[in-house]
Design a protein. Sequence first.
Length: 514
Amino acid sequence: MTTHSIAPLDSDARTRVHAVWHRYARRGGRATVRGRAYAVYLVALFAVFYLVPVVYAASTSPALLPVGSLAGATPVACGLAAAACWCAQLAGRFWGPLVLQPFLLHVFVSTDLSPAHYLGAIARRRLVYAGMSTLLSVVTTAYLITDLFDRLDTALQSLAVAAGLCAVASAAWLWGQVRAVPDNLLLASAAGAVALIVTVLSRTALDGGGGLWLVAGVLATAAVCLGRAAFRSIRTVDLGRLARESARASQAQAYAWTGTLHHALDLYRPEPRGLTSALLRSDGRLRGHIAQGATRALRTPGRALAAAVFLLIGGALLTLGAAGPTGIPASLSWVAGSVSVYLGSGWVSETWRGLRDELTLAPLFGERSGGMLARTLAWPVVAVVTGVVLGGGLAITTQWPPHGGRLVNTALLAAASTALVLSARFLREMKLQLPLELLLPIITPFGDLSGLRVLVWQFDGLVVVVIGIAVMGAVSSPLGATALGIGMAACCIWTGLRRTGWAHRGLLSRLSRT
């Protein structure tokens, strides 16, 4: 009797959900057949003119990262699997597979349906899409930069590991959204422990042979167990938090489609909590600039911890790259360290956005007080320089004494690189709305390249860091590279001030006084 009473209820729920989706699919402003055909046309052009030549060049040239033996590839696969699980969990906490359009979610929440009825189907579909796209990306990357697909046996093992890795990442993506923070911390710890155990087993019990098959089997088992547990948790998902996530995602999409990706990323900054009274002294006055910045950073402990890790690692890599001999490994270390410092410099403080608002918005209480730049930039500069010095000092001690008296040259190059990174972060944070002139078409034999110009504008700070450090590494003279880095840093600062209009207003105010 229970079976006969439940089956019609499930059938009725599926019918009602299908009716809502059917009605929503025929709304105004939906994607047309012509729009989908144009998207397929763009993908085909990209594959023919860019992807096929790259694949052909990779197949006819030596591998960029040759794999000596499969025994050495097993620890790398375990590390990548753990990292993919952690990244998928983190992505699920911000933008998971259950995020819907706010109006559509409101329609479903207003009914008596269980969340498993209207969220389960979309979760399955999105996890399949995410898994297939991730699998294609991973296999393509491994084919282009390694030699794992040169032999049939290694290709089969690599394909199995890639499939298991993508399945675990998809399940962890859903887990990160539907489970609480303690459960996510437990899963992250378990992923690291299992990766370590599999690495040890592959080196001892299996003697390095068949390690990738073991990794693939563990990943497949973990994906099944994790997926079942995550789907069971859909019925208990916090609908209030899901509604807030959907609203924020809709607003971020609107910002991204209108060309202001930096505003979309700003929506996902964590809100500061606690330590409000620590900003004030006992007499009621504000603390110093550096003390205020440190306190505000501690009010978002997750971002502060990530910034500290990135600054220390970035300082070490940057210093090793600047101190090392000329060549591709040193240049890659230099660029990777600078990018890491660039990311950490944005996460360490919120005063970047405060400075942008002060420079662009009209003052509410008369003229601005003096020392605005010092008040807002004191803490970020001190924090970044301290992180780079500590990380670089730890890296230098591992190679003491420096070869050929390079300590002074390394210090000069590291200082110039840090100045360039800070100026690039300043350039990025002073960004306002997308200039309309960037949308003008650029007709070339390769097509319209205006999208490339918009993409460079979206990630201009990162582009400046990568290109600037690469150019500095190409200069043979350390003094010349240092001078070049400082010159590029000055150009970035001037461009950032011009974006806000502060440079023109400051010049006009000085002229009016004279």
